[in-house]
Design a protein around this ligand. Structure first.
Ligand code: ADP
Ligand code: MG
Length: 454
């Protein structure tokens, strides 16, 4: 369909949709709609794949029609048709990536630095969070809190299994408030940090300073409160922190891996505080949401894959979004190093991401592989020697113990006899280096596959 009038109307329609659904959803589902033909009140719109068609038909057909009618009232109905040619061509050899410039993949990604005052990481935002049935309530509650319209949501308590986006949402609230209400004081922390800092404060007689840090705030965000289980004195401290803030009508947000009543070894009075506001769960994402997340994440990496690949990844990795991201990175990484990517190859890469696979990875195994690779003695890892080389190896070790061994900072600290801030620093250092140094990132990928295949 041609014509200036039509083109400008179409642009307005798309903008209107964008305003309604938000930037992220728009990019994922609506960016490639192309109006094709108009006949007797019916506008045919081309969409890039069957999958997009089904999703739009199911969720957004009324919204699209309404947006169109506002500008083109003669349209009575729409029909979505699947494009006969793919957005980008799949080559004969079934090499799914050929069209993407590899240079793009090597481009360093934006580095996000944690804000030292709030402890928030700016990478977690509402606009890069994909909303689906599994998390829409939690998302809405978080937005309400960020807008200041969630007065009754105090405290807000989100719970759900690992990797479903709890930390992302919690930090997004903080970042949104930081953006819109600069004068408010926000503090984000994990419960592990809260507990460790509390114990250090007890040791160093610096309780007042500790309390100032957690109480002189307008919004306190505490992640993973299930960590308090069995830690009586930290529980008590949090109970008083809570009361202090609550009585001043300050907003408090918690997350946990289970609902308040199900957290073992925790005082009843604290549980009842957790339950006093709004308690909402986040479930693992459904297939469509997983797919949308994959598309968004690869867009962030400047890569577009064939829908079949996204579908395969989303089919195989079902519960943990961190693993979903990891799998996507592994696939993209493989592609950037090789000529051809088949579905079979993707399947092989994905095998490494299954749960069974992770379970076999012990700290011992990780240490052994690093020791062999860097040709050092195992005892060098635990010595106090601080040569640059050894320090870097230890940092990599921390990274793998966390990523593949799934150990907490505290247990890594115990294992390596270092305090947990050093461990967090080491981990974050490696994460940042991976983003900016392609050679280092290759080394890490190589080690990762050695560990996974061991
Ligand atoms: P949790 O705290 O529940 O264990 P995280 O918030 O750390 O999970 O999420 C794991 C990873 O998945 C993060 O990188 C996060 O950005 C990403 N993620 C989770 N949910 C979503 C979502 N709905 N949209 C986009 N990214 C998500
Ligand atoms: Mg988390």
């Amino acid at each position: 369909m041609v014509g200036n009038f039509f083109e400008s109307a179409w642009e307005k329609i798309l903008n209107n949709i964008k305003e309604n659904v938000g930037e992220t959803i728009f990019k994922v589902w609506f960016a490639n709609l192309i109006p094709k033909t108009y006949n007797q009140g019916v506008l045919k719109i081309e969409v890039p794949s069957r999958f997009v068609k089904d999703w739009l038909d199911k969720k957004f057909s009324q919204l699209i029609l309404k947006a169109i009618k506002d500008y083109l009232p003669e349209v009575k109905n729409i029909e979505l048709v699947v494009s006969t040619k793919p957005v980008w061509q799949v080559s004969e050899k079934r090499n799914y990536f050929k069209q993407i410039s590899k240079k793009i993949i090597d481009k360093p990604l934006t580095i996000f630095e944690v804000n030292p005052t709030t402890n928030l990481n700016p990478r977690y935002r509402f606009d890069n969070f994909v909303v689906g049935p599994s998390n829409e309530l939690a998302f809405a509650a978080c937005q309400a809190v960020a807008k200041g319209t969630g007065r009754t949501h105090n405290p807000l308590f989100l719970y759900g299994p690992v990797g479903v986006g709890k930390t992302h949402l919690l930090q997004a609230v903080g970042n949104e408030i930081l953006r819109t209400n600069k004068h408010l004081k926000i503090r984000y922390g994990t419960t592990e940090e809260f507990t460790n800092e509390f114990i250090n404060a007890l040791k160093n007689h610096s309780l007042e300073e500790f309390r100032f840090r957690f109480r002189d705030v307008d919004i306190l965000i505490l992640d993973d409160v299930h960590f308090l289980s069995g830690k009586t004195s930290s529980q008590e401290e949090l109970f008083h922190t809570f009361n202090y803030l609550y009585n001043l009508s300050k907003q408090i947000i918690f997350s946990s891996d289970r609902p308040p009543q199900a957290i073992p070894d925790i005082e009843e009075r604290l549980k009842s505080r957790f339950e006093g506001g709004l308690v909402i769960d986040i479930q693992p994402p459904d297939f469509e949401t997983r797919l949308a997340i994959l598309k968004l994440k690869s867009q962030e990496k400047n890569v577009v894959l064939d829908d079949k690949i996204y579908e395969l990844i989303a089919k195989k990795i079902t519960t943990n979004i961190r693993e979903l991201e990891g799998a996507l990175s592994a696939v993209i990484f493989y592609y950037s190093k090789s000529e051809k990517l088949t579905l079979e190859k993707v399947e092989e890469i994905l095998k490494k991401f299954s749960k069974e696979y992770y379970r076999k990875i012990t700290p011992k195994k990780i240490i052994k592989i690093l020791v062999d690779y860097y040709e050092i003695e195992e005892q060098d890892i635990f010595k106090k020697t601080r040569t640059k080389h050894l320090v870097e190896i230890r940092q990599n070790l921390v990274f793998f113990l966390r990523e593949l061994g799934h150990l907490s900072y505290t247990s890594i600290g115990q294992l390596l006899k270092k305090d947990h801030t050093t461990i967090i620093y080491a981990y974050e250092k490696v994460v940042e280096k991976i983003k900016i140094d392609p050679e280092f990132s290759q080394e890490i990928e190589l080690l990762k596959s050695k560990i996974l295949e061991s």
